[in-house]
Design a protein around this ligand. Structure first.
Ligand code: MSP
Length: 644
């Protein structure tokens, strides 16, 4: 038996500086889809993901939470792993840059680069914020001040190690322009790298720091820690066992077949990473793919506007993991940014999944049950009019392989769903319900239903990497056993048994009531309503209300009641004359603030005595927690005006 061909695919390792969100899901689902397809195609796949756990930001966040950095990242890493498990991410290995074997390898890599002269010691110059103990570059400053605390920064320098990136410029340019290698995709990023970074002149890269502690120590120079990129990028080889004894997979899987990431870190993967590998004398990865961003309203941030809850846990629980996977892969056009919208997800779900795919499966299975008791007869009457649907399906496996392998999922999926739509049309063209009425046409009816079933089978195989949970259910409903659901079997027409038996199952994609769901998601994104502290009173009749005489009154004088902290004594004009009223609002107002104001008052309350003084009526006020205000009208309202 021949050895399986290795295939190595990686996601970026994510910063656990906050919990994972839907943006992180895209790269991971994309890699998962490719990994699953390659496994189905018989490759020996290594799918790596993980977390990039060092750095000043994490050190600070942990301190804010009163934890050690390791305690802090442990909590967030658990959430990343939980999300990947929820989304059915089939990674083979998870690397944490805090893992001992990674630390050991990074120290050796750093030393090796130092010994061979690619790393040298110099001084890092930047803008320093003393209270935050942070260096910033000019471009990171906000209005010339520290982006974290907003305070003044000063010019400062610290001793640091540098990697001789500048020396690799010609080789990197050659690599990027090598059409045969086709190293970086999409092609637009090649120009970006050359025009924005190589042409203006590559600077050597600062690769150590002394101003914070949370990192891998440089083992030959105390006080220095390895700064960001050598630590992070090396994960792709340390996870295979490069310069450590934990794993022994380097020779088998390196060089990687594809590194996948979003555009903002393409520079690190297509310039710095190849340069580090060149300096180490190691082979370069075969491909780097930089997809666009999932963007949210409000300039990239999560939008609180209607229905925009984008918590991947909530979305996958309510609408199914596979629906979310499908939506992201179908909607994102490789290389471009894609705005996220729940409404768009629901529309796509209803049209593609519920109407087209779900309906095709349920109609076909239902017709086979209705017309043949669930099992198709062996004798079938195929004819030339079947050819269009069958040959359209024949084209799919190669096209899906090509598009999925280069992250052009949306193109691949679009073609699969065009075939599914064609199959639905084939039902309408052949009118099985008419064929069923004529005994002589049973052979034709069987052929039509068999073609439909087999199209579903072949499409579902190709959809399996995208929808790994639903497709097995489809296979079960259409009576496709394992031997006819392999990737290879998607290339074969009519692989289902001639007397296949179907089994009706649950509705695969219940239709979404879009308005209702958007409302419900919207309600989830609103903070829980805080009820007023005073409970609602019982309903009363209108007469009770009408019995109260509510008027605007003018404050003629106001003073504190001696020996009382609470009471103010007012003389007010109620439109009919003057009256004295007391009110317990001394805590909130100085008497002089209220003189001359026009206030609301209940004037026909029975008089009562407080601190020996008579009060005739009640000044109206409003209380909200610690906030308190009298009900006040403008100067133009006359004393005695009726309030209703
Ligand atoms: N730790 C570095 C990567 C080191 S790789 C050796 C890092 N981490 S990160 O947590 O900021 O993750 C960035 C990656 O997360 C992006 O490149 C992308 O893969 C994914 N995404 C995060 N938000 C995203 C979107 N809104 N849209 C698409 N992908 C996004 O950078």
């Amino acid at each position: 038996m021949s050895e399986k061909t290795p295939f190595y695919i990686t996601t970026p390792i994510y910063y656990p500086s906050g919990n994972p969100h839907i943006g992180h899901c895209y790269s991971t689902i994309a890699c998962d889809c490719v990994a699953r397809m390659k496994r189905m195609q018989g490759f020996d796949v290594m799918f790596l993901t993980g977390t990039d756990e060092h750095g000043q930001k994490i050190e600070k966040k942990a301190a804010e939470e009163g934890m050690t950095p390791k305690e802090y990242v442990d909590g967030i890493v658990a959430n990343f792993k939980k999300l990947w498990s929820t989304l059915g991410i089939s990674y083979d290995r998870y690397i944490r840059t805090t893992d001992d074997y990674h630390i050991e390898s990074v120290q050796k890599i750093f030393k090796k680069l130092y010994d061979t002269g690619y790393i040298y010691k110099s001084a890092y110059k930047g803008k320093y914020c003393t209270p935050c103990e942070s260096f910033w570059t000019e471009s990171q400053l906000v209005d010339g001040k520290c982006p974290d605390c907003g305070r003044e920064v000063t010019d400062a320098s610290e001793e640091a190690y540098f990697f001789k990136l500048s020396q690799f410029a010609p080789k990197l340019k050659e690599l990027l322009l090598d059409e045969q290698k086709d190293f970086l995709n999409p092609k637009s990023r090649v120009n970006e790298m050359i025009n924005n970074f190589i042409e203006p002149g590559l600077q050597d890269l600062c690769v150590s720091r002394t101003s914070f502690k949370w990192g891998i120590p440089v083992d030959f120079d105390e006080g220095h820690i390895v700064y960001v990129w050598i630590d992070a990028l090396s994960n792709y080889i340390t996870a295979l066992g490069y310069l450590n004894d934990r794993y022994n997979d380097y020779d088998k899987y390196w060089p990687a077949d594809m590194h996948v990431m979003a555009k903002e870190i393409v520079r690190f993967h297509s310039l710095i990473w190849p340069a580090i590998l060149m300096a180490l004398g190691e082979p370069l990865p075969k491909k780097v793919y930089g997809h666009g961003w999932i963007t949210f309203g409000d300039g990239g941030k999560m939008s609180k506007s209607k229905g925009n809850v984008v918590d991947p846990f909530i979305l996958s629980e309510r609408y199914g993991v596979d629906s979310l996977r499908y939506h992201l892969l179908r909607e994102m056009v490789f290389g471009s940014d894609c705005p996220y919208s729940n409404e768009q997800m629901f529309n796509r779900y209803n049209s593609d999944l519920a109407n087209d795919l779900g309906n095709l499966v349920s109609r076909t299975v239902a017709m086979i049950e209705k017309y043949f008791g669930g099992t198709l007869p062996v004798d079938k009457d195929f004819n030339d009019s079947d050819e269009e649907l069958l040959s359209m399906t024949d084209e799919l496996p190669a096209f899906v392989d090509e598009t999925f392998s280069s992250l052009r999922f949306s193109e691949g999926l679009e073609k699969i769903f065009r075939t599914i739509a064609r199959a639905n049309k084939y039902i309408d063209e052949n009118e099985p319900w008419i064929l069923a009425k004529d005994e002589a046409k049973k052979g034709r009816l069987a052929a039509v239903l068999y073609n439909l079933l087999d199209t579903v089978r072949r499409c579902a195989i190709l959809l399996s990497p995208v929808m790994p949970h639903i497709c097995p259910e489809i296979f079960e409903q259409i009576g496709a056993d394992e031997s006819v659901t392999t990737w290879e079997a998607s290339k074969t027409r009519h692989a289902l048994k001639a007397d296949v038996t179907v089994k009706k199952g649950r509705v695969l994609f219940p239709r979404i009531d879009i308005e209702k769901e958007l409302e419900e998601l919207d309600a989830m994104s609103r903070p829980a309503r805080e009820l007023p502290s005073e409970p609602m009173k019982e309903i009363t009749n209108f007469d009770n209300f009408a019995a109260l005489d509510l008027r605007a009154v003018k404050v003629l004088s106001c003073e504190k009641v001696p020996k009382s902290d609470k009471l103010l004594k007012f003389i007010v004009d109620d439109g009919f004359g003057e009256r004295q009223v007391l009110s317990g609002i001394a805590k909130y107002y100085e008497p002089e603030q209220l003189v001359g104001k026009t206030l609301g008052m209940i004037i026909n309350l029975a008089p009562r005595k407080m601190m020996g003084l008579e009060s005739n009526g009640m000044i109206m006020s409003v209380r909200d927690g610690d906030k308190f205000r009298v009900v006040e009208f403008g100067d133009d309202i006359k004393a005695g005006a009726d309030i209703s």
